[in-house]
Design a protein around this ligand. Structure first.
Ligand SMILES: [Zn+2]
Length: 443
């Protein structure tokens, strides 16, 4: 029984893992690299000789965005995912088609990896699963999904084959977020395949809730100084968490009441969250819905006026790492030139991303920054990053394998240093492997 990362080994990339359970080939997740473009953004698909099942943990770009491409290559292979994830997955993949088309129109070089028709084809191939329910693949492998916290629809994937119990954590959060309850775990496993996003030493002291305090002070200062604040987010998860947090800080008078703007994709997923998410109370749902309708405005198609406006406002825009041509990118380029405005990143920035570049330039006190092909003045002084990820924090990452009493621990989905740091911390308790892409390890 083996695991081979096709992406996401010693990195956060085109996360996709090929499991071989005595001849059964199971592909877990089908992401694209968050920063690479075109065919380079895909997992190493040449490694797949045969495929029996695809299982998707959740609908973030780096876990799902190559699914229509792979599924078109293997049209008879069933795709399993949580019931709650289905609508989100289809919505997000349709949006990916639009983003690829837009880039293709702009430079003519970017390939359109799949079209709306291929996303629609998925509807026939997706088999949805209820959390905690056991299913059997070809009478040999048992599979079950456990809620992973993290975002709506997210699952940890449990597999059992010949008495070997394996859990792929997926992106997981063991603690309560504002809009998402914590993960629920199986009792015990033999092998844990764990993410390690926040495994580095520098994350040891950060906790999710001390960050709300820090952010609210920063936001308040910028708004009271007549500035605008851009909060780049992932449309799924961070988008809803950020809007929830801002609305509740306003309600409690902790930050001034100003308009909150968001973009179509964040709004659309927030509406799916309000109507389909089952794991929150009716009271919370109602509060979120009423406040959302009252306080949040979708940015108009013609953005010129908003882009150059001087009115204090909060902009909750995707993409979270300032991917080129997204609304967060367009506004960042403008706001970086204004001394009064603020840009506060809401979570992890990949070292290759423009978000990371902005943070570095600010840290180094640079006066100019080049984004895309344009060099602009960097006058904005209010730039910072906050740890609002929906991922397990450092302590939770150490706790996870201990709770599950795993024997073997395989780390994926994290910067190399972060995964090495976790492995060093736990080396006397578990047998640990950190496979690189295309490196096969025993489960
Ligand atoms: Zn995720």
């Amino acid at each position: 029984m083996t695991l081979t990362p096709l992406g996401g080994g010693r990195e956060i990339g085109a996360n996709s893992y090929l499991l071989n359970l005595n001849g059964k080939s199971i592909l877990i997740d089908a992401g694209r690299h968050p920063v690479k473009e075109g065919y380079d953004s895909l997992p190493e698909l040449g490694k797949i000789d045969s495929l029996d099942t695809i299982i998707i943990s959740h609908s973030h770009y780096d876990h799902i965005s190559s699914l229509p491409y792979i599924s078109s290559m293997w049209p008879d292979v069933p795709v399993l995912m949580a019931q709650e994830n289905r609508g989100l997955a289809l919505r997000i993949l349709q949006n990916s088609v639009e983003v690829m088309k837009k880039k293709n129109e702009k430079d003519g070089e970017q390939p359109i990896l799949y079209n709306h028709g291929e996303v629609n084809e998925l509807k026939r191939r997706i088999y949805t699963m209820e959390y905690f329910q056991r299913y059997t693949i070809d009478d040999t492998v048992d599979v079950a999904l456990y809620p992973a916290g993290h975002v709506m629809g997210a699952a940890s994937i449990y597999l059992e084959y010949k008495n070997r119990r394996i859990l792929y954590s997926g992106d997981i959060s063991l603690s309560q977020q504002l809009t998402i309850p914590p993960a629920q775990l199986p009792l015990k496993v033999d092998t844990l395949i764990s993410e390690g996003t926040y495994g580095s030493k520098e994350n040891e002291l950060l906790t999710r809730f001390s960050e709300i305090e820090r952010l609210s002070k920063s936001v308040k200062r910028v708004l009271e100084n007549n500035g605008r604040v851009l909060l780049p987010v992932f449309a799924l998860g961070r988008g809803q968490e950020t809007i929830y947090m801002l609305m509740s800080l306003m309600e409690r008078g902790r930050i001034p009441t100003v308009p909150i703007y968001t973009n179509g994709m964040v709004a659309s997923i927030s509406n799916l969250y309000i109507s389909n998410y089952e794991r929150i109370s009716d009271k919370d749902r109602k509060w979120f819905m009423q406040n959302f309708q009252k306080k949040v405005t979708v940015a108009p198609k013609n953005i010129e006026r908003l882009l150059f406006s001087k009115e204090p406002a909060l902009m909750v825009f995707s993409a979270g790492m300032l991917v080129e041509e997204t609304l967060s990118y367009i506004f960042a380029k403008q706001m970086l030139q204004n001394a009064n405005d603020g840009i506060y990143f809401m979570g992890y920035q990949s070292p290759e991303s423009d978000g990371f570049k902005v943070l570095q330039a600010h840290k180094n006190g640079e006066k100019q920054i080049t984004l895309g092909e344009e060099t602009i003045d960097l006058n904005c002084k209010n730039i910072d990053i906050f740890n609002f990820s929906g991922h397990a924090d450092y302590q939770e990452l150490l706790e996870l394998p201990r709770k599950l009493e795993a024997e073997k621990l395989i780390y994926v989905h994290g910067d190399e240093a972060a995964l090495e740091n976790l492995a060093a911390e736990l080396q006397y308790e578990f047998e640990i492997e950190i496979p690189a892409n295309l490196q096969t390890v025993e489960l």
